[in-house]
Design a binder for this molecule. Structure first.
Ligand code: ZN
Ligand code: ZN
Length: 118
């Protein structure tokens, strides 16, 4: 066999070997994280975890306060309760016309105070 051919077949062997090792490493890694995956799946079904998930969902169902605090009441921009909108206030915008904007209580109060004082 000429030298160059032998080199090529050596290279092919090496590539095959590397490929085999990578494949092994992959399935090795999968085997290693499989218990973690199972653990997560198992934990997700546990009641205390489910209650956390439910609480998160409840939080997401809350209406967000869509007040533009920095514009509507810049003096009290930090009072907003972003996920606790309790009322809606009509708001006229150039883009949407008259829309009902959900507001949290502190924002509504701050806006009212500003409207009142001008
Ligand atoms: Zn606000
Ligand atoms: Zn707010």
């Amino acid at each position: 066999m000429p030298v160059s051919d032998r080199k090529e077949s050596e290279l092919a062997d090496r590539l095959a070997e590397v490929g085999r090792r990578v494949g092994l490493a992959m399935s090795d890694a999968l085997d290693r994280i499989r218990p973690a995956i199972n653990a997560v799946a198992e934990v997700a079904g546990r009641p205390e975890v489910r209650s956390v998930v439910e609480r998160a969902e409840k939080l997401l169902r809350h209406r967000p306060c869509l007040c533009f605090c920095a514009r509507a009441h810049p003096d009290d921009a930090g009072i907003c309760e972003p996920f606790d909108a309790v009322i809606t206030r009509p708001h006229s915008s150039d883009l949407f016309g008259e829309v009902d904007v959900p507001l949290c209580a502190p924002c509504a109060a701050a806006r009212a105070a500003r409207d009142f004082t001008g």
